[in-house]
Design a protein around this ligand. Structure first.
Ligand code: CU
Length: 157
């Protein structure tokens, strides 16, 4: 009985440590870029986009495709993308591991794009293949950011 109660106490303490370890990360819209443009977080962490007046943030799967298709295969399997309204500061919670390429639609031509990496970049090679195959025009700016993540992952082994 005492042992059981002790175990419950330990489990409770562990779960509260996990909650307090959840972090809030900030991506700042500065002029025509996101800073940072590549952000590493842990699953369950929050990402807050700030200073978003005249900007939006849209994960690549939610960007209207020029031919009416979709930019598929660049988010982790089972992950939810996002689409903010114009000018809105938003906070995301990302739970599914992998890379999430995103853009600011009005400033795509300036290269206002980025990648959030949640935990391990498990889908990085798939994301790169699909990016190279499907991204057109200014959207190809994302390839450079994805490459940055891919190189860092390879270096780590
Ligand atoms: Cu913008």
């Amino acid at each position: 009985m005492y042992l059981k109660r002790g175990l419950i106490t330990v489990l409770f303490v562990l779960s509260s440590i996990e909650v307090s370890a959840q972090q809030i990360h900030v991506i700042n819209a500065e002029a025509r870029i996101f800073n940072p443009d590549v952000l590493y977080i842990q699953p369950g962490d929050n990402v807050r986009f700030v200073n978003m007046t005249s900007h939006d943030t849209v994960s690549i799967d939610k960007v209207p495709f020029p031919d009416g298709g979709e930019f598929a295969g660049m988010l982790p399997e089972g992950a939810e993308g996002w689409k903010s309204g114009m000018g809105n500061d938003i906070t995301l919670q990302l739970d599914v591991e992998g890379v999430y390429p995103f853009v600011c639609i009005p400033h795509i031509g300036f290269g206002m794009v980025g990648v959030i990496v949640v935990g391990e970049p498990v889908n990085i090679d798939t994301a790169m293949e699909n990016a190279r195959a499907n991204l057109q025009g200014p959207y190809r700016r994302l390839i450079g950011k994805i490459l940055k993540v891919q190189r860092a992952a390879k270096k780590q082994g």
